[in-house]
Design a protein around this ligand. Structure first.
Ligand SMILES: *Cc1c(COP(=O)(O)O)cnc(C)c1O
Length: 399
């Protein structure tokens, strides 16, 4: 039996079957390429689901992590540690937010954001029946709290009852948000650019309108930047493009570029009137190992101007995708911002993903009919050209 086959069998015999995995075993990465255990090379336009923004084998990042492994990996939040203090300083300065809490994942960042919003509202009026407005087709994670605000009934139903007081509005429909606002509303939560739901950027008038509704009613605006943030959409955070600013922001995925990390950020208004000692915590969150990685990620992003590069490459990618859509009538729309792009297909998107993989290209899906392109942010035009060529071939094979 081949090594890859043995691995797949071992995994299927022991791991809980919650994923239908693609039948390859990835072994190593280099730049924007991945290699499987059979030695096959793939151009990676998935980036571990928008995580590996610096690609693979970034020397500087890897060295920083390795040095910290030898020094101290974990110490708990009962003590201070230098790497996370530095990471927090960089994260706060880069975001323009005022406080940060580090988590181990995006889901946990959402949990923290929801708790901060509830506590803020509780401090204000003492009510214990606050409501949160979230969006249809949103995705915020799989824990019970994050699931409660995820706008996909199919994901939610088997796990009900979930959090009470969650109301769903229609993304990009301001009137639908306004219709749900009442004296109990404490927060409005949305992804700045919806990811899993099918790559839908917020309309500028919508997100600005939501912010105005929040300001008028002292409702907190929570923006989930877990997928669209960290430079992916051409700004460090996608809200910067719209000229809005959240009260609370969640971040994860690329913030650790491979090291499991997340964070929620707060402005001073919320930070000073919400979570206090005893209200929230984590054993691993923000440990020295993660701190070293996050600090280095922000340093590299700043020095190498990664968001600006993503903007430039995103424009090139969008142009090439438009060309592809002209050539292939099975592509009915292109949506996205920067290096977070989606193609709406009338042919089975899973088959296109499979043929692309055969051709040495990794892409993923979003929603039921969207091909999602979320490459490392360090790609160059030649990689876009190579992707287009491989994807064209895959599309021809499916037609
Ligand atoms: C991935 C994702 C999450 C969940 O993050 P995990 O790290 O998987 O827990 C939440 N929100 C958005 C927008 C995401 O893309």
């Amino acid at each position: 039996m081949t090594e890859s086959k043995a691995c797949m069998e071992m995994a299927e015999q022991n791991l809980l079957h919650t994923y239908n995995r693609y039948p390859i075993v990835l072994e190593k990465g280099e730049g924007v390429y991945l290699y499987d255990t059979d030695g096959k090379k793939y151009l990676d336009f998935a980036a571990g689901i928008a995580v590996q923004s610096l690609g693979y084998g970034n020397r500087e990042l890897n060295e920083a992590i390795k040095e910290q492994v030898d020094l101290l990996m974990h110490s708990s939040n009962l003590f201070y540690n230098v790497p996370i203090a530095r990471a927090a300083r960089r994260a706060v300065a880069a975001s323009g937010m005022e406080r940060v809490f580090f988590t181990n994942s995006g889901t946990e960042a959402i949990e923290g954001a929801l708790k901060a919003a509830r506590k803020y509202a509780f401090q204000k009026d003492g009510r214990r029946d606050h409501e949160i407005i979230a969006m249809e087709h949103s995705f915020h994670g799989r824990s019970l709290g994050a699931l409660s605000v995820t706008g996909n009934a199919h994901y939610r139903e088997p796990f009900e009852p979930l959090l009470p007081g969650i109301r769903f509005a229609v993304f990009n429909d301001l009137a639908s948000v306004e219709a749900l606002v009442n004296e109990k509303t404490c927060a409005i939560l949305m992804e700045t650019v919806q990811g899993e739901g099918g790559i839908y950027p917020a309309e500028p008038e919508f997100i600005r309108g939501v912010q105005a509704v929040c300001e008028k009613n002292d409702i907190l605006l929570i923006l989930d930047e877990i997928q669209c943030g960290m430079g992916r959409c051409g700004e460090l955070f996608a809200w910067q493009y719209y000229g809005v600013k959240p009260d609370i922001m969640t971040c994860a995925k690329a913030i650790g570029c491979g090291v499991p990390a997340g964070a929620f950020f707060l402005n001073e208004k919320v930070a000073s009137r919400s979570l206090v000692p005893g209200d929230h915590g984590t054993t691993y969150g923000g440990n020295p190992l993660v701190g070293a990685a996050v600090d280095k990620v922000f340093e590299i992003f700043e020095r190498e101007k990664i968001p600006a590069h993503a903007k430039e490459m995103g424009a090139y990618l969008a142009e090439k995708l438009e060309g592809l859509a002209e050539e292939f009538p099975c592509i009915t729309a292109r949506r996205g911002m920067g290096l977070m792009q989606g193609l709406v297909l009338t042919v089975p998107v899973g088959e296109v993903v499979n043929r692309a993989r055969d051709n040495g290209l990794l892409v993923i899906t979003a929603g039921s009919d969207v091909l999602r392109l979320v490459p490392p942010l360090i790609i160059e035009k030649a990689h876009v050209d190579e992707m287009i060529e491989k994807l064209s071939r895959a599309l021809r094979q499916v037609l």
